[in-house]
Design a binder for this molecule. Structure first.
Ligand code: 5GP
Ligand code: MN
Length: 344
């Protein structure tokens, strides 16, 4: 039986009420390379706290894709790498810091040390596995489809559901759909649809949001996708695994912009019988890897054990300083054992 009630720990909410009451300046930190869920949940939170009369600021460790820039409140977001001093000063004079959509300072990118050394009280709101004990109050729930879904629950648990207006609802809805592939995967709990129903009741324009996110690509991005599936795809049928490779030259050729490869890794999972899809993208400083899997295939263990990363069972990421070829070779080398372990 699915639980249709609010799933936030009420005892922890009491602690939040105390912390909010004591704080005058609040920092909100999404993870590095933020996605729709990280930015959506941060924007929902900042607008909610502002409505409550708090001074709050989102400081993103790094930039994010254009297809998220239409979100309400976007222009107020600070990007740490665009102004480090100002951001550090704000964080260091904050009395409360929210760590949003991540659960380890390692995922805070260049802000890792600043956050680890900050004296402020910290609250985590996150849905990834294996949270680190780095905060004073931790909301960590891997059952949630997204941090945005948790943010709705968080605000409701604080007794402020009526403060969720259309703008906040748009931000929350964005994270829910971007983290579930448009409510396709990781979204089988009835409660999620109650939350979505409440967001629709706030007046959000669902079609407009989908169009802003998914119908906003450049011709170059479309051609890069075509190239990727035609030239970059390798199917290892024996292991029900597909690999996509993109070199620096490929990216240059199609005028790569941040976010252009978002979602590419999902395509090979539409091939009959595929269980695993991996994309290797050669960047200037490292190879970035995204992993996706279906069902009970814990691809996050490969990300964690071999590629300095982690994530959810079916969606994980990592990076390596190895060359592109070395990284792919390593993956192919560990694949047979990983595949073997699935049948154990
Ligand atoms: P993506 O492939 O879209 O970058 O990330 C997929 C999922 O894996 C996301 O939930 C993200 O939070 C997680 N993830 C991506 N990169 C890393 C990483 O380097 N370390 C960890 N722990 N998780 C990651
Ligand atoms: Mn998320």
């Amino acid at each position: 039986m699915n639980n249709l009630q609010n799933r936030i720990d009420k005892e922890l909410i009491k602690e939040v009420e105390v912390l909010l009451g004591e704080s005058t300046q609040i920092s909100i930190i999404p993870h590095s390379g933020p996605d729709g869920d990280a930015i959506g949940s941060s924007l929902a939170l900042v607008q909610y706290l502002t409505k409550k009369g708090k001074q709050a600021q989102i400081i993103s460790p790094s930039a994010y894709p254009v297809f998220l820039k239409w979100l309400p409140g976007n222009s107020e977001v600070w990007i740490y790498t665009n102004g480090k001093k100002k951001a550090e000063k704000y964080i260091n004079s904050s009395d409360l810091i929210f760590i949003v959509d991540h659960n380890s300072f390692k995922r805070s990118g260049d802000l890792e040390e600043v956050l680890a050394n900050a004296n402020a009280k910290k609250i985590m709101i996150d849905h990834h596995p294996e949270p680190e004990q780095i905060v004073d109050v931790m909301f960590s729930d891997t059952q949630m489809c997204s941090t945005c879904e948790m943010m709705y629950e968080f605000i409701e648990a604080l007794g402020d559901e009526d403060m969720i207006d259309e703008a906040i609802a748009e931000c929350i809805y964005t994270g829910i759909i971007t983290d579930t592939g448009g409510l396709s995967y990781n979204s089988s709990q009835a409660r999620t649809y109650q939350v979505v129903g409440s967001l629709l009741a706030k007046g959000i324009d669902k079609s407009k949001i989908h169009s802003n996110i998914y119908d906003n690509f450049s011709p170059d991005r479309m051609k890069l996708l075509g190239f990727c599936l035609d030239q970059g795809l390798e199917v290892l049928s024996e292991y029900k695994t597909a690999i996509i490779t993109l070199t620096k030259e490929d990216l240059l050729r199609f005028n790569f912009k941040d976010g252009d490869t978002e979602g590419f890794v999902n395509y090979p999972l539409s091939i009959q019988d595929m269980l695993v899809s991996v994309i290797f993208i050669e960047k200037d400083d490292a190879v970035k890897i995204s992993f996706r899997s279906k069902g009970n295939v814990p691809i996050n263990s490969v990300a964690r054990d071999y590629f300095n990363g982690g994530g959810h069972m079916n969606a994980a990421g990592g990076r390596t300083e190895k060359t592109l070829t070395e990284a792919i070779d390593l993956f192919k080398q560990v694949l047979p054992d990983f595949y073997e372990s699935l049948s154990e």
